[in-house]
Design a protein around this ligand. Structure first.
Ligand code: IMP
Length: 198
């Protein structure tokens, strides 16, 4: 029987990769005070862990967006539900994303933020589903190159649930999860041992 989900990235793997990314950013931005812009809600979990590994006077700001329409592959045009609190003109901005899929949302966001005159703008994504990319995007910092699978946990949700899993699951049976949102509840009890299947 197909398991509903399997562990794709373990908590320990995520922890060490996030630490490495924080150290790289610390080196790259030495002497500067970058602004980390996180896109709610998923990106906030990654941001919270990442910026505690950045030994610089970093500032954080948040945006909340919603896509137009219900299709998963729209134009990327989004409505800003909550804008940044501060002006990013002249600032070194790092956009912190949980996952980049087609990249349409981010590419729209980058054009919006770019128009505000930042000194620089770079992307840091925990997961890069690069095989699905539509527009060209230069992603400076990538946690993991993610396979073309639906993933949940560590900020990523299925209908607003499971963001609090400290590891990342690949959903093997999306239909079963669509039918029963509780199907992943056993995973909330903790990460299964390395040799176990979902
Ligand atoms: P894009 O515009 O196609 O790059 O969409 C990116 C957004 O889709 C992400 O910020 C997530 O909110 C959502 N998304 C894409 N893939 C997944 C996934 O596998 N699990 C959960 N959310 C996803």
């Amino acid at each position: 029987m197909t398991p509903i989900a399997t562990v794709l990235y373990r908590e320990s793997e995520i922890r060490s990769r996030v630490r490495e990314l924080g150290e790289t950013i610390t080196t790259d931005y030495a002497g500067r005070s970058p602004v980390f812009v996180s896109v709610l809600k998923g990106g906030a979990i990654f941001l919270a862990d990442l910026f505690r590994h950045v030994d610089l006077p970093v500032r954080v700001d948040f945006m909340s967006i919603s896509s137009y329409g219900s299709g998963t592959e729209g134009s990327g045009v989004v409505r800003i539900l909550k804008d940044l609190d501060s002006d990013i003109g002249g600032e070194h901005v790092v956009v912190i994303e949980d996952i980049i899929d087609t990249g349409l949302t981010l590419s729209y966001l980058l054009s919006t933020l770019g128009a505000r005159g930042p000194a620089s703008i770079e992307i840091c994504a925990l997961l890069d589903k690069s095989v699905r990319r539509i527009p060209r995007l230069d992603i400076r910092y990538i946690g993991f190159d993610c396979p073309d699978r639906f993933v949940v946990g560590y900020g990523l949700d299925e209908r607003e649930r499971y963001r609090n899993l400290p590891f990342i699951l690949a959903v093997e049976d999306q239909r079963a999860l669509a039918d029963d949102l509780d199907a992943l509840l056993p995973f909330l009890g903790g990460e299964p041992p390395a040799d176990a299947v979902g």
